[in-house]
Write a protein that binds this ligand. Structure first.
Ligand code: ADP
Ligand code: MG
Ligand code: MG
Length: 195
C-alpha cells in the first residue's frame, strides 16, 4: 500500500463519516453527549483539506498528518484516541504499508491511551476483531465484516470507559458510537484497499 492508496482510504473514511454523521450523533445522544458525528466530521473534513493543501509524500507522513489533524480538530475522547491511533500507525509504517501491522500499532496506541479492554463498549470492540482477522491472514473485506460484528456486539455491553460509563447498566441496549465509526474505518479500507 502506497501513499496514493492510503489517501484514497482516508478520503473514503471521511466520506462515510460525513454520510453517517447524523446517525453517529443519534447514537451518541442515547448514551453520551450527542457530538460524535459532529466531532468526527469536523476532524475528517479538516484532514481532507490538509491532504489537499499539501499532499504528503510518504505513507508515514500521511498517517502523521491525519493523526495531528484529528488531535487538533476532533476534541472529546475520540479525538486524542483516533489521533494517537494514526500517529502510532505512522510510526509503524515504512515506505509501503501492511494494513494488519499498522492497524495493530494503532489499536495498541488506543489501548495505551484509553485503557479500554475488549468488552468495555468502545471503539476497541470493533478494532480488535478486525486486527485479529488481518493478523491471521484474512482479507480486508473479512476484517471489515469482523469490525461490523464487533460493533454490533457492543449493543448488550455495559460501558466501562468514556461518558457512556456514567450511565452504568442504562448504557446496555445501545450501539457504541465510537465502535460504529471505527467499523467505518475498516469498511473504507475494504472499499479502497481490498483485493
Ligand atoms: P466524548 O465522549 O468526549 O463526547 P466522542 O463522543 O467523540 O467523545 O466519542 C465517544 C466514543 O469514544 C465512545 O463511543 C467510545 O467508543 C470512545 N471512547 C471513549 N472513551 C474511550 C476509551 N477510554 N478507550 C477507547 N475508546 C473510548
Ligand atoms: Mg460525545
Ligand atoms: Mg463530547
Amino acid at each position: 500500500m502506497d501513499t496514493a492508496a492510503l489517501t484514497a482510504w482516508i478520503r473514503e473514511f471521511a466520506r462515510l463519516i460525513a454520510q453517517e454523521k447524523q446517525r453517529l450523533t443519534e447514537l451518541d445522544s442515547a448514551i453520551g453527549d450527542g457530538d460524535h458525528g459532529v466531532n468526527m466530521d469536523r476532524g475528517l473534513t479538516a484532514v481532507v483539506s490538509a491532504l489537499e493543501a499539501e499532499p504528503p509524500d510518504s505513507p508515514s507522513a500521511l498517517l502523521k498528518k491525519v493523526g495531528m489533524t484529528l488531535i487538533s480538530k476532533v476534541g472529546g475522547a475520540s479525538g486524542p484516541l483516533y489521533g494517537t491511533a494514526f500517529l502510532r500507525m505512522a510510526a509503524a509504517a515504512g515506505d509501503s504499508v501492511e494494513l494488519g501491522k499498522v492497524l495493530r500499532a494503532g489499536l495498541d496506541g488506543v489501548t495505551a491511551r484509553g485503557k479500554a479492554e475488549p468488552g468495555d463498549k468502545t471503539m476497541v470492540d470493533a478494532l480488535t476483531p478486525a486486527v485479529a482477522v488481518l493478523e491471521g491472514g484474512g482479507s480486508i473485506e473479512d476484517a471489515a465484516r469482523a469490525a461490523d460484528e464487533g460493533r454490533d456486539a457492543t449493543i448488550p455491553m455495559v460501558a466501562r470507559k468514556g461518558r457512556a460509563s456514567y450511565l452504568g447498566e442504562r448504557s446496555a441496549g445501545h450501539l457504541d458510537p465510537g465502535a460504529t465509526s471505527a467499523a467505518l474505518l475498516l469498511r473504507a479500507a475494504a472499499t479502497t484497499l481490498g483485493d
